[in-house]
Design a protein around this ligand. Structure first.
Ligand code: FMN
Length: 328
């Protein structure tokens, strides 16, 4: 981590055979955690970045889009690639495909509440059948040499806790760590994380538990470490501030991070746009950057007007000039 601050909580961590430089990781977010964003989060201090989830079924049929999603270059590593699926064979194949494309870690999704995915027997519905879930974990572990992790939730329904059972199943089937979203599936991404439930999960297993859900700064990060987490998985707080990892590490070490001024946010967004353009060329790179402009320009003076002008622009020089003309 650049200009690394030292805190008791933030440290390198061993996940099976893999040692991550630190334990503040980027959570997988479909439509957000693509290559350019992952590269930026690594620059911002993330220990490992998680790619967008990829369907094991689609990989089985060699879907070009899914295969493209598994493409990573060195600036995006270490990377955990997340797969979702419902049967042992496609999960094993998908794990092998991700490993062959450079995954440092394979993560299995057993927490996604999206209906389409649940209807196909994947995501959070796997929590209803721990035996079947265990078989999927075991199949992935057997298929690859890199460590396998399980991302799941503390519960399907608020108050009916399943997280410790999920973690035990993952551990007994050979998973190297558990990524635990401390919200029930019925709450999707909203509401306060249940840190008491998370503490029970941490106490239930010996493998590292990464806590997730609403971590945005040193204070929230500390609460998760106090619950017993070995590491943290940060999602939406990284959107708009991929330096959140470095900021949290500094706060935990008693230092003051750089304030996230509007000017700094614009600078970071421009860096993301430039990363997109350098990888995909001006047309496609700008097109991809525009998709998440809502997140990045939120709360800016004249945000709607700036966004309206930005989405019509077709060259990087105009975009730079537009952002540099914003007065804060
Ligand atoms: C836009 C978006 C896409 C997401 N996609 C995935 C995904 O592909 N796989 C997954 O396991 N979780 C996914 N999540 C959940 C996040 O990984 C994370 O668990 C959730 O956002 C809670 O963390 P946070 O409060 O730090 O954002 C997604 C969340 C968001 C907001």
């Amino acid at each position: 981590m650049e200009g690394a601050a030292v805190s008791a909580e933030v440290r390198s961590i061993k996940i099976g055979s893999f040692t991550a430089p630190n334990n503040l990781w980027l959570a997988p977010m479909a439509g957000v955690t693509d290559g350019p964003f992952r590269a930026l989060c690594l620059r911002g201090g993330a220990g490992v970045v998680c790619a967008e989830m990829v369907s094991a079924h689609a990989l089985h049929y060699a879907s070009p889009r899914s295969l493209r999603m598994l493409r990573v270059d060195e600036s995006e590593k270490p990377v955990s690639m997340q797969i979702f699926g419902s049967d042992e064979q496609t999960i094993s194949e998908a794990a092998r495909a991700a490993e062959a494309r450079g995954a440092d870690i394979i993560d299995i999704n057993a927490g996604c509440p999206v209906k389409k995915i649940n209807k196909a027997g994947a995501g959070c519905v796997l929590m209803k059948d721990p035996v079947h879930l265990g078989r999927l974990v075991a199949a992935a572990v057997k298929a690859v040499k890199v460590p396998v992790t399980l991302k799941t939730r503390i519960a399907l329904k608020r108050g009916v806790l399943l997280g410790d059972e999920m973690a035990r199943v993952a551990e007994s089937e050979g998973a190297a760590a558990v990524m635990m979203h401390a919200r029930a599936a019925e709450d999707v991404h909203a509401g306060e994380p249940d840190l008491d439930a998370l503490a029970k999960v941490c106490a239930a297993v010996k493998i590292p538990v990464f806590g997730n859900g609403g971590i945005a700064d040193g204070r929230t990060a500390k609460a998760f470490f106090d619950a017993g987490c070995a590491g943290l998985l940060i999602g939406r707080a990284a959107v708009g501030n991929p330096y959140v990892f470095q900021d949290i590490a500094q706060e935990l070490a008693g230092q003051k991070p750089l304030p996230l001024t509007s000017a700094r946010r614009v600078e970071i967004y421009l860096a993301l746009i430039e990363e997109n353009v350098s990888r995909y060329g001006e047309k496609i790179g700008l097109g991809r950057s525009k998709k998440t402009s809502g997140y990045w320009l939120r709360g800016f003076p004249n945000a709607a007007e700036t966004r309206g002008r930005f989405v019509r622009m077709e060259n990087l020089a105009d975009v730079r000039a537009l952002f540099q003309s914003i007065s804060f």
